[in-house]
Design a protein around this ligand. Structure first.
Ligand code: KIV
Length: 271
């Protein structure tokens, strides 16, 4: 199978058309080919290889330790099997903040080595020079404002952003600047719903919300969260569409019991 886009593949241009046609966009995270195959067969539009893989797949307690090599390793597993949805890869902490040259080199690696179609960078005015250089180099960029987990220590925790008048104004200005710099879409995380709706009206590119209300052009959730892997993780913005944590735990308990009692394998499983 070709590793490149097919005739059915979702493009950044199609996402823009969706916004103008008032059609919503669905995005989920994905970090490996097991889930990639399932997402490929679903109607989901955009796959984000999020740096949330640091928490979900690697057991870190934040996204800060994630490296470009981690992202390439996981994104490659996804792009080996995902053809139709657009694949966007998060650039990890300190892979694009030091200089524009660094951003170009690291994003270029993700596009070349992992066959990603676009990258996502967190931040506002500070990253505008990098966004312009990447777009000039032919690399599509998704922005990310509001709760930007790579700045957790500056933000003082994982909490709603853009609440006061100044914070609200700053996020709107950042969104306008990023749109002007050439991003093709913008993630808005944990901001008041009416602020996200205002940004959605003000910028020409699609907004994708997480904890940002129904006024965005699309929604994103972490795949393992929406599938209910962690029974103790229940933030307000999350809706669980399955309870896989419990289902998998139950299956493992049953398997263990059958192995230990000698009821598995049976003659049906023998050669
Ligand atoms: O890394 C991630 O999963 C993300 C989404 C929550 C938007 O950035």
């Amino acid at each position: 199978m070709s590793r490149y886009a097919t005739r059915d593949s979702i493009t950044t241009a199609q996402l823009l058309k969706r916004k103008h046609a008032g059609e919503r966009i669905s995005m989920v995270t994905c970090y490996d080919s097991a889930f990639g195959r399932i997402v490929e067969e679903s109607p989901i539009d955009v796959v984000l290889v999020g740096d949330s893989l640091g928490n979900v797949m690697l057991g870190f307690d934040s996204t800060l330790p994630v490296t470009v090599d981690h992202m390439i390793h996981h994104a490659s597993a996804v792009t080996r099997v995902v053809r139709r949805p657009l694949v966007v890869v998060d650039m990890p902490f300190m892979s694009y903040q030091v200089s524009v040259e660094d951003a170009l080199r690291n994003c270029g690696r993700v596009i070349k080595e992992a066959s990603a179609q676009a990258v996502k960078l967190e931040g506002g005015s500070r990253i505008v020079p990098a966004v312009k250089a990447l777009v000039d180099a032919g690399i599509p960029v998704m922005g990310h404002l509001g709760l930007t987990p790579q700045s957790v220590h500056t933000l003082g925790g994982y909490k709603v952003q853009g609440k006061g008048a100044d914070a609200r104004k700053a996020i709107i200005e950042d969104a306008l600047m990023l749109a002007e710099a050439g991003i093709f879409a913008l993630v808005l995380e944990m901001v008041p719903a009416e602020l996200a709706a205002e940004i959605t009206r003000k910028i020409a590119v699609p907004t994708i919300g997480i904890g940002a209300g129904a006024g965005c052009d699309g929604q994103v959730l972490v795949l393992h969260d929406l599938l209910g892997f962690d029974q103790d993780f229940n933030p307000k913005f999350l809706k669980k569409y399955a309870n896989l944590g419990e289902a998998i735990g139950g299956a493992l308990t049953k398997y263990d019991k059958e192995v230990k009692s000698g009821t598995f394998p049976t003659a049906k499983n023998e050669f």
